[in-house]
Write a protein that binds this ligand. Structure first.
Ligand SMILES: [Zn+2]
Ligand SMILES: [Zn+2]
Length: 191
């Protein structure tokens, strides 16, 4: 395995671990790690801004769809003719979302994408992403692709295709080297 490939896989694995362990979105665990001159200079996760209620404090995803904490369900969205599907988890009552896009719509209003969070953190200090590589667990959406182009990253490496990830061609047309690298799970040191 060549050196570049090995480092790409390492940073992407790191992004994946950040996402799985630390994202507070009930739907998707996404992370973006920006690496420049062999150093991680910024890490972004998908989620609400600091101090705001986290997605997973409101929503819960199960095999049959999204559920919402009862206190966040407004009375006029509950179909009074049918008993809502609900369950209790850790003493909290959750009600099944009747609208499958409930989380999607809430997320668009409240959650910041991982790439934007990573780029935003750079704006708050003196470093920048010029010439850097962005390692993202999911292929960037259109808006994040535009932001990555604007921040002048040189490469984007992602692990899984995201259904709203239609910005790949746009980034390629802008001269960004876009690499799809599916990850093998389970890297572990065997002592
Ligand atoms: Zn979410
Ligand atoms: Zn995005």
């Amino acid at each position: 395995m060549d050196k570049q490939h090995l480092w790409d896989e390492t940073w992407l694995q790191f992004a994946d671990m950040m996402a799985v362990r630390h994202s507070k979105c009930a739907s998707k665990s996404v992370a973006c790690v920006i690496v420049k001159d062999e150093k991680p200079i910024s890490i972004g996760l998908n989620g609400t801004p600091p101090g705001h209620t986290n997605c997973n404090e409101i929503f819960l995803k199960r095999d049959d769809g999204f559920y919402k904490r009862a206190e966040y369900v407004s009375a006029n969205t509950v179909d009074l003719l049918e008993t809502p599907v609900s369950f209790i988890h850790d003493g909290v009552t959750y009600i099944k979302c009747s609208d499958p896009y409930d989380h999607h719509n809430w997320s668009k209003q409240h959650e910041i994408h991982a790439e934007i969070n990573a780029i935003g953190k750079l704006a708050a200090d003196s470093t920048n992403a010029f010439g850097a590589t962005a390692y993202v667990t999911h292929s960037p959406c259109h808006a994040c692709s535009l932001a990555l182009i604007a921040s002048r990253v040189a490469r984007v490496v992602y692990a899984v295709g995201y259904e709203h990830g239609d910005g790949l061609d746009l980034m390629r047309e802008s001269g960004i080297d876009v690499v799809h690298m599916p990850l093998e799970k389970s890297f572990k040191n065997t002592l």
